[in-house]
Design a protein around this ligand. Sequence first.
Ligand code: SF4
Length: 283
Amino acid sequence: MSAAPATGSAPRTRASRPKPDAVLMGAVEVALHAAQETAEHPSDVGEHLGATMDADRLVSHSFACTMRGYRGWHWTVTLARAPRAKNATVCEVELLPGDDAILAPEWLPWSERLRPGDIGPGDVLPFQPDDPRLEPGYTPTGDEEEDRVAIEELALARVRVLSPEGRNEAAQRWYEGSHGPTTPGAIQSAAGCGTCGFLVPLQGALGQVFGVCVNEWSPDDGKVVSYDHGCGAHSETDVPAHPTDWPDSAPVINEMQLEIVEQVVVPADAEQAPAEQAPAAEQ
Ligand code: SF4
């Protein structure tokens, strides 16, 4: 562990090096007491690590810090002495990180800390006037056909539109992402999106590689997919035939011996009829 406190002062030359001060260098107990008073518990202050001359009659004593979570930190107590005085006076007590101290990451403004996916409902990103992903939109030229294509077909009549850099970034991100050709589902699919009836191609240059899946049965419904992506809901693929243990022909019912008996339905009043029609008894 380094015994030198992190004073931040510039290195001294031999000529400007302060004179050793025996009173201040020897006032370890004074410095220790000051550090223990500042710490939450006296036991938070450990062994004496050393002392350095900061200036004439100005010395910093270092003590190890024994608090949990403060590995590599040390207490620094700066003592001073008036000219011709024999007593050390405490100037300040600090807890400073050493070379191997665990420190928090360097602070960043929130606008630089944000990552894609962090934006929630109601959040607003700061405006970026020089966003390299954008460039000025289309300005009508007066050429009727040219303006019609740019404004109506390509929708370029906006303040800013996608720049080549923004387009390339998006294309690379999409192609390497979960809707490109390298996903497990795409690799196992029997055919690619390029031949699927549920693909709606994008406009412009991105339309050469990407379209939107509009099949509600697909896990990619509503997502931008590459033409060589794919899934099991492709419009032209079918379920593969599986072998079965059941016989192909001769339905089971043919194995049975059936005796077909014609059922005769007797009307409800049929039993009365013979009696009424019976011949009269012989006399
Ligand atoms: S249904 Fe499947 S194969 Fe068809 S476009 Fe959507 S993801 Fe591609």
